[in-house]
Design a protein around this ligand. Structure first.
Ligand code: ZN
Length: 442
């Protein structure tokens, strides 16, 4: 008698992103109580298990859900508001004033929902966020059953969420306590950047991080300007963060486009994780993260989209393709960041960066069933010699057909199961009209 399981998926290809970087053909994945309990040849699986839900995915590749390791979800409501500008002009003249005028718990709720919907439809099952009202973001993520790391923003100056860094740190600790038992949500400190947070709050974060085991994510060495400005009065930002005791395996440095030998040694010594955001770096002309060089030094590199205001989408497949191509161009080596490694960056490396690789990031027995199924039987994906090549080098986000998080199906036949799409669109239109008209929403 076959054993009953919740879900049994029979796939043409399974890309588990295991250590061996396998590609399994005609294999099945058995899911029970949210976890992967077996991966085996389909013939054998059909004898062994019977699924309450059972899908024949004859033309599909199954892979781990993607992990977007850096973003600002609610900024989806600013998508396309200001383009074609360098980082500091974009921030100071456009984004910060718009945030001052519009950001509220309602803005964050509606913007985060819009972002989660976009991410799920394009295969992202876990995201890291850094934005105001992180408690609202964590609530929304939890309500929609996606996995998230929510970084509480900490800046020296007043923001819509906290009047200074001190208050930001205290509120972050409270949010951490509120969500500590939520299996899908992790709370992190999000000191914005070396140029927006001074030494004293950074030291406090370092000590609380130790005591409470809260990870830290920060924009670091995003542009050459950031580094040269810092060098006028002291050490380079990475060296300063080392002196302040902030670096460690639970530190996630976002961007890192400026790296000298000393920086690279420090990052490797402390096992710092780097989150590469190629499209945002390209669009803001921030520079190029030397991914190949960092990986050669043994540094874990994950992948993120950054916010939709500087991208302007949250498509991790697009990010993967850009990362693979840029790594080759930047290192002058076409063998740099091969396709399977680009997939690893968007999955297991992301899980490692966020400290959740024991739970997700690969399809392995005992891990959560965070799985996506892509239909490769499409004009833009045929013929298939190697599905991994298709997943990285051809247009893929529109081929995501099914998505499960923790065994729960959140996208079914391309439709979101937990969202009213019309309502989402309506909200996005309303915010767009209001922001465009420059009317304050009281
Ligand atoms: Zn960012």
């Amino acid at each position: 008698m076959p054993t009953q399981v919740d879900t049994l998926l029979h796939a043409r290809w399974v890309i588990p992103v295991d250590l061996e970087r396998s590609i399994l053909e005609h294999h099945s994945v058995a899911i029970n109580q949210g976890k992967i309990i077996a991966i085996m040849p389909s013939d054998q699986a059909k004898q062994t298990y019977q699924g309450h839900q059972e899908l024949e995915l004859d033309n599909h590749a199954l892979m781990p859900g993607l992990i977007n390791a850096h973003g600002h979800a609610a900024m989806s409501l600013f998508r396309g508001l200001a383009d074609d500008l360098p980082l500091m002009t974009w921030l100071e003249k456009h984004i910060w004033p718009a945030e001052g005028q519009w950001v509220s718990p309602d803005f964050v709720r509606d913007g985060t929902r819009l972002a989660i919907a976009e991410m799920l439809q394009s295969g992202t099952t876990c995201f890291s966020d850094m934005y105001f009202y992180p408690d609202v973001c964590a609530e929304v993520a939890s309500e929609h059953k996606v996995r998230a790391q929510v970084c509480c923003p900490i800046l020296d100056f007043p923001t819509p969420w906290a009047s200074n860094a001190e208050e930001g740190i205290h509120k972050a600790i409270e949010v951490h306590a509120d969500f500590r038992h939520n299996p899908l949500i992790n709370i992190a400190f999000g000191p914005h950047a070396p140029y927006t947070v001074s030494d004293e709050p950074l030291k406090k974060i370092a000590s609380y991080r130790e005591e409470l085991q809260i990870p830290v994510q920060m924009h670091v060495h995003e542009t050459a300007f950031e580094v040269t400005e810092a060098e006028k009065n002291g050490p380079r930002p990475i060296a300063r963060l080392e002196q302040l005791g902030l670096l460690g395996p639970d530190f996630q440095a976002v961007h890192v486009t400026q790296v000298n030998d000393e920086d690279r040694k420090i990052l490797a010594k402390y096992q710092v994780n780097v989150v590469h955001c190629p499209e945002s770096n390209l669009k803001l002309a921030s520079g190029f993260c030397p991914v190949h060089e960092l990986q050669q030094a043994g540094i874990n590199v994950a992948l993120g989209t950054d916010g939709a205001a500087s991208n302007n989408d949250l498509d991790m497949f697009g990010e993967m393709q850009n990362a693979a191509q840029l790594a080759k161009a930047v290192s002058g080596n076409a063998a740099a960041l091969p396709a399977y490694e680009a997939i690893a960056m968007a999955t297991i490396n992301g899980a490692r960066a966020l400290g959740i690789d024991d739970v997700t990031g690969s399809l392995e027995i005992g891990k959560a069933a965070d799985i996506i199924a892509l239909d490769l039987d499409q004009l833009t994906a045929l013929p298939v010699y190697n599905p991994v090549s298709q997943l990285v080098y051809t247009r893929m986000a529109d081929k995501v057909q099914h998505v499960w998080v923790n065994g729960e199906q959140l996208v079914k036949d391309k439709q979101l199961t937990q969202f009213d799409t019309d309502q989402l669109k309506q909200k996005a239109r309303e915010w767009g009209a209001k922001i465009l008209a420059g009317e304050r929403n009281d």
